[in-house]
Design a protein around this ligand. Structure first.
Ligand SMILES: Nc1ncnc2c1ncn2[C@@H]1O[C@H](COP(=O)(O)OP(=O)(O)OP(=O)(O)O)[C@@H](O)[C@H]1O
Length: 368
């Protein structure tokens, strides 16, 4: 059985007197790319600082390649951390910064030929402009500095690489480039194990082998991206991934208007619909014209789809997709939903009233 590259066991970390990471356990294999997604203040940076050894845990342990390093000083751990805010030496050029990063690797001595080889490798991998090498950090843009800071983290070739919001302050096209570079690096044979923290669910879906959704210092759900996206265990997890966020409806209120739906939601064993939510991903929704014979005939369960009439609120052409907002037309149920449609399906000539259809297989029910 392959050994774990990084293992966190019931890790708890404090900031002052406040415990901000609680009972956090995670096991990652060599080369595995883990993205921790959470909102601001959920404890993501603290978690990385705990793994790096910058904060001692109040309970639990950190093991790297099978060795318990909980008591080991940060500089002796084979871990590199890209901080949320740049930590570049202001008086050094980019080239000096990168060379020092290689030379400072714990327990390793590198010949100048090896250092040069690493410099060429990282410059090519992250497409660093050769003109940056002689410049100091304050002469680079925020995005360029971020890329150099990432290079400084990766050039050490650590066993574990911790990335705190690596795309912060980087423009859209540079972000896309960096996402590609990180995906390439992580699929290379001797890739480090990555723990990348972000509040951006799309970034997580793009890169992760494993996603951890955290909130208030604890893990809400861990798993493969597609599994978490399709089978979220809570509203908070569903909202953390996907953009625009998925629609959330009060199930009990929906069933007042469509009792049939309760019969087909096989995922619920006890049929107690109190305080449950119905989750509908924006891309699972289809819209079509109301049938000629009227609204009543259109409503209910038909051909494996939940159908109900809606009135359009807004249609916005996003280029590759059409964003449509609409409101249910049940009397006292005034929820607004969002759908992301392909331009062809949205171009159907429907008026302000139309039929919303969602495959039953795409509906999810969660308890909180
Ligand atoms: N140095 C510190 N001293 C005291 N409290 C801190 C310190 N750093 C962070 N905290 C608190 O710990 C909690 C977790 O902060 P942390 O920075 O780990 O969250 P985060 O998920 O990384 O947030 P963000 O996405 O905004 O960076 C927050 O309530 C924060 O106020």
């Amino acid at each position: 059985m392959p050994s774990h590259s990084l293992q966190l066991t019931s890790l708890s970390l404090k900031r002052g007197s406040q415990t901000v990471v609680r009972d956090f356990s995670l096991s990652l294999l060599q080369g595995e790319y883990c993205v921790v997604v959470g909102s601001s203040g959920s404890g993501k940076s603290t978690l990385l600082h705990g793994i790096a050894g910058l904060i001692a845990p109040s309970t639990g342990s950190v093991s790297i390649q099978g060795e318990n390093v909980t008591a080991l000083a940060a500089r002796k751990r084979d871990v590199a951390l890209l901080f949320q805010h740049d930590t570049m030496y202001p008086h050094l050029t980019v080239e000096q910064t990168l060379r020092i990063a290689v030379e400072a690797s714990p327990g390793q001595r590198h010949s100048s030929a090896e250092v040069n080889q690493r410099m060429r490798w990282i410059s090519k991998s992250l497409q660093l402009d050769p003109a940056w090498m002689s410049r100091r950090p304050d002469t680079l843009s925020g995005g360029q500095r971020r890329r150099v800071a990432l290079a400084k983290t990766l050039i050490r070739k650590p066993v574990v690489c911790l990335l705190d919001e690596p795309m912060a302050a980087i423009d859209r096209s540079a972000t896309e480039n960096l996402l590609d570079h990180l995906a390439d690096l992580s699929s290379a044979p001797e890739s480090p194990t990555f723990v990348h923290v972000t509040h951006d669910g799309d970034e997580a879906m793009r890169l992760a082998d494993k996603i951890v959704v955290m909130d208030q210092g604890t893990i809400l759900q861990t798993g493969a991206p597609a599994d978490i996206y399709r089978q979220p265990n809570s509203v908070a997890v569903a909202l953390a991934l996907g953009s625009p966020p998925c629609n959330r409806l009060d199930l009990e209120a929906v069933l007042v208007f469509c009792p049939e739906l309760g019969e087909v939601l096989q995922t619920i064993d006890d049929k107690n619909f109190n305080q449950r939510f119905l989750l509908v991903r924006t891309e699972a929704i289809r819209l079509s014209s109301l049938p000629d014979h009227g609204t009543c005939a259109a409503e209910g369960i038909q051909n494996g789809e939940w159908c109900f009439p809606v009135s359009l609120v807004e249609q916005r052409d996003l280029g590759s997709r059409m964003l449509v907002r609409f409101r249910c037309t049940w009397d006292s149920f005034s929820e607004t939903l969002t759908a992301l449609l392909s331009p062809e399906s949205a171009s159907t000539d429907f008026g302000s009233e139309c039929l919303c259809r969602v495959p039953i297989s795409e509906l999810r029910v969660v308890a909180h």
